[in-house]
Design a protein around this ligand. Structure first.
Ligand code: ADP
Ligand code: MG
Length: 859
């Protein structure tokens, strides 16, 4: 298993050619030099990551061919006892000699020569393991056995080895190898097992399913069999069980068809899907600073083919089959031979479509898969003819070059799913928080109301009680005073009667004074008592008043709290709006990326001449008229879908975003959409044209100017839009943009927009009055041929409208507005411009100008 060098197709007399080195030790050391001849890049599939890098991810990989000799069987031991084997092997030289007669033989070299003693393990390691390892690395792989019936194809590929594990064939060992290498969390293996007989595909896992069609992906030529049973494999045991079922079904089906398995091709397809992590696959979103990973998946396929016996090619018509049947039985095998011949000879036409087998194996020979072929031969001299033709088949197959390519792609679908889940989570979380806040606010408001009501009621009750008490005390005091007064009056009256009115002496007087002063003291005391009571009542009132203000303060604090909560709710709402905006930006970026990926893929389809064309190229009006290519329909549909999801209004609103990068992204998306005629009306209806014009005025960014002007140029293809652009001051905005532009591409877009406006008959006078012609002529100082071509186109358009006005509306010929604005010197100067496009427009302009009377005199 060290490195070897090989010679191909030499005979004992002939001279061979030297081929590249090949190490079967591991697939990573399997790096042959990339062939520079065109023939080596015969077919390659698209869809690989890093689309702009052309084919540099592909490595050339010749089809490897090993030959295996079966030991003599019991019958041969007897029948051929007196004869030598028809082949002689020199394994250390990788040579096989086939005896022509007793004294002459032909010698052939192979990538590997396996004697009758070679173990199944060695055969696996030499023939199959490098292919399986490639499949684990993300390449497609093929292992195929070719040879006469009874020489050991099924023995080599399909043995289950249940009775003796050393006897396990390539299918069992390959799956064992794969299951041991993959991660069961992130990777998946599924298999299908079917046979091809008389150009009919029959499922060996579900044999009732016996008319399965082969489908080709028009974009990359990948073949698939959507009707076939696909079983996900988690462990070795279930796989062996599946093989056993397949084998039994193959046997039963062939018995029913009255044939043997040697006439059908059995094909095991192993689909491997692995996700690749930690690669440079992130789309960073500047606005959030977060990084979105579009996961990379590798979807490789291992095909193991146990072919029908090769003797059938030659012996059609045998064994009671009609000629048609026989032809059908052998069609696939002979077509395979023809394809391999064509590929070996670098022929321009390879008849891949001639049979189902060759369609199924188109990636295996001359495609992108790593392919190993094992040629099985028997020792018997009686079959020397068959053996010899088998060997020749192997020799031709060694000349077939494949271009290996990793089958990996970005998993945009899962990224989109991930974003949707994140969005749903955010929305749900936000709604939950908002509800909790509202509940809390309501609860606090209710509590505060209740407390205020309680305080008011308590205060009113206390006040009422106090009032009643005071009234009662007062009434009592009055009553006591009245009684005392009455008592005093009475006493006074009695004394008058007793002593007579005349001689009231000093005694009398002092007596009455005495009692009066006693009364006064008593009343004073009562009054003081009264005053005390009143003061107590006043204190009580004050106290209640204080309490009330205290309550009022508490209530104010509550109100503050409530308004704070309201503010929080508002902040949350803002936060939500921001998040939604971010999500829309992410979506628009995703949209942009999908679109660019679509562009890139299209460019690759067109011929992949290297340069990744920027999305702005779609703004050139000429390109706009190209039919969308069939191959891009899938991505296109997904872009349209994304665009619908994000919504035009959202995208347009992002044109006014605060973040400059977001604006750039948004205007690019709008420009890309505007390049499609179907979107233009929607964009204008949604106010997109106005927004784009506003951007010209408000933005200082040249990229924005360039992209916006390009979008306007596309929209200006349409007459209604042209009027709209004019009515919104488009000419002065475009002139202003041109005056400040440094990038010739900006000027080209502006000139293109004005040139489109020049073609509108109704706008001629206005366009000129607002300085449109002067603006066009002002741009010629840039000298860039793209800009000059647009200027010339504008002038030609304008001149055409002018001459049309003369001929159809009967306007009198006079001096052309173009000439009045001084266009003539430039026109004359450039009438022989080396750029044919400029020349053509100028010739056109001159023809139209010739209709003006004063033209010649001006000249
Ligand atoms: P094929 O599929 O090419 O028609 P089989 O695999 O059915 O041939 O082999 C025919 C017979 O030869 C079987 O009995 C098989 O066990 C035996 N045989 C084939 N190759 C070997 C080998 N390398 N060692 C021992 N027996 C073999
Ligand atoms: Mg067989």
């Amino acid at each position: 298993m060290s490195s070897f060098s090989y010679r191909n197709g030499i005979t004992s007399k002939g001279v061979g050619m030297k081929l590249d080195n090949y190490s079967s030790k591991s697939s990573s050391s399997f790096k042959s030099k990339v062939q520079s001849t065109g023939s080596s890049i015969r077919r390659s599939s698209t869809g690989s990551v890093g689309g702009g890098s052309k084919d540099d991810s592909a490595v050339s990989g010749r089809v490897r061919v090993a030959v295996r000799l079966r030991p003599r069987n019991a019958e041969e031991m007897v029948a051929d006892a007196d004869f030598a084997d028809c082949v002689e092997l020199q394994p250390e030289l990788k040579r096989l000699k086939i005896r022509k007669n007793n004294w002459d033989s032909d010698t052939y070299e192979f990538d590997e020569v396996l004697t009758e003693f070679a173990s199944q393990k060695r055969v696996y390691e030499v023939v199959a393991k490098p292919v399986v390892e490639s499949v684990l690395d993300g390449y497609n792989g093929t292992i195929m056995a070719y040879g006469q019936t009874g020489t050991g194809k099924t023995y080599t590929l399909g043995r289950l080895g249940e009775e003796d594990t050393a006897g396990r064939g390539i299918m069992v060992r390959a799956l064992e190898n794969i299951l041991a290498e993959i991660s069961h969390e992130t990777d998946a293996v599924s298999v299908s097992y079917f046979q091809l007989y008389m150009e009919t595909v029959q499922d060996l896992i579900d044999p009732a399913n016996d008319n399965i069609s082969i489908v080709e992906d028009p974009r990359n030529g990948d073949v698939s069999l959507p009707g076939v049973t696909l079983v996900e494999i988690r462990d070795q045991k279930s796989f062996v069980e599946l093989l056993r079922i397949g084998e039994a079904n193959r046997f039963a089906a062939n018995t029913k068809l009255n044939t043997e398995s040697s006439r059908s091709h059995a094909i095991l397809m192993v689909h491997l899907k692995r996700s690749i992590k930690g690669r440079n696959s992130s789309l960073s979103t500047e606005s959030t600073g977060k990084t979105l990973k579009a996961p990379i998946v590798r979807k490789s396929k291992l095909v193991i083919v146990d072919l029908a016996g090769s003797e059938r090619v030659e012996k059609s018509g045998s064994e009671g089959h009609t000629f048609e049947e026989a032809k059908s039985i052998n069609l696939s095998l002979s077509a395979l031979g023809k394809c391999i011949n064509a590929l070996a000879e670098n022929s321009a036409h390879v008849p891949v479509r001639d049979s189902k087998l060759t369609r199924l194996l188109r990636d295996s020979f001359g495609g992108t898969a790593r392919t190993s072929l094992i040629i099985t031969v028997g020792p018997s001299p009686r079959h020397r003819g068959e053996t010899s033709s088998t060997i020749m088949f192997g020799q031709r197959a060694m000349k077939v070059e494949n271009m290996l390519k990793i089958k990996e792609e970005f998993d945009y679908k899962s990224l989109s799913r991930k974003l949707d889940v994140q969005l749903d989570k955010l929305v749900a979380e936000h709604e939950r928080q908002q509800k909790a806040f509202q509940d809390e606010v309501e609860r606090m408001a209710l509590e505060a109301q209740k407390r205020v009501a309680d305080a008011e009621r308590n205060y009113a009750d206390a006040l009422e009680e106090e009032k009643l008490k005071c009234q009662k005390d007062y009434a009592e005091s009055i009553k006591i005073l009245e009684e005392q007064w009455a008592e005093k009056q009475e006493k006074h009256g009695q004394r008058k009667v007793k002593f007579g009115p005349v001689d009231d002496g000093i005694d009398q007087k002092s007596n009455s004074e005495l009692s009066t002063s006693g009364e006064v003291a008593k009343i004073k005391k009562i009054l003081q008592n009264e005053i005390l009571l009143r003061k107590a009542a006043e204190a009580e009132v004050n106290n209640l008043r204080n309490q009330l203000t205290q309550w009022k303060k508490t209530e104010a604090a509550r109100n503050d709290e409530i308004s704070q909560l309201h503010k929080l709710v508002e902040d949350e709402a803002h936060q939500k709006a921001r998040l939604e905006e971010e999500i829309a930006i992410l979506r628009s970026q995703l949209l942009q990326i999908s679109f660019e990926a679509d562009q890139t893929r299209r460019n690759l389809d067109i011929g992949g001449n290297g340069e990744l064309s920027g999305s702005l190229d779609s703004l050139i009006p000429q390109v706009k008229h190209q039919q969308p290519r069939d191959s891009g329909d899938g991505e296109k549909a997904s872009m349209v879908k994304l665009f619908e999801q994000v919504g035009l209004h959202k995208i347009l609103s992002l044109l006014e975003a605060d973040d400059a990068d977001v604006r750039i992204h948004a205007v690019k998306v709008v420009a890309n959409l505007a390049a499609e005629e179907t979107n233009q009306e929607k964009i204008v209806e949604a106010g997109g044209l106005t927004s784009l014009l506003t951007l010209l005025r408000s933005s200082n960014d040249e990229t924005i100017h360039r992209v916006a002007a390009g979008a306007i140029a596309n929209l200006a293809m349409n007459e209604t839009n042209q009027e709209l652009i004019m009515s919104q001051g488009g000419i002065s905005l475009l002139s202003f943009t041109a005056a400040n532009a440094e990038d010739p591409q900006t000027l080209r877009m502006v000139a293109g927009a004005i040139a489109n406006l020049c073609g509108n008959d109704k706008l001629q006078v206005k366009l000129r009055a607002e300085g449109g012609i002067m603006a066009l002529l002002g741009m010629v100082s840039c000298r860039h041929p793209d800009v000059l071509a647009q200027v010339a186109r504008g002038i030609a358009n304008f001149a055409k409208c002018e001459s049309r006005a003369i001929s159809t509306q009967g306007i009198k010929a006079g001096k052309s507005l173009l000439i009045e604005d001084g266009a003539l010197p430039w026109i004359v100067q450039n009438a022989n411009n080396e750029a044919s496009q400029i020349r053509r427009h100028i010739e056109l302009a001159l023809c139209h100008l010739a209709q003006h009377g004063t033209f010649y005199s001006t000249l």
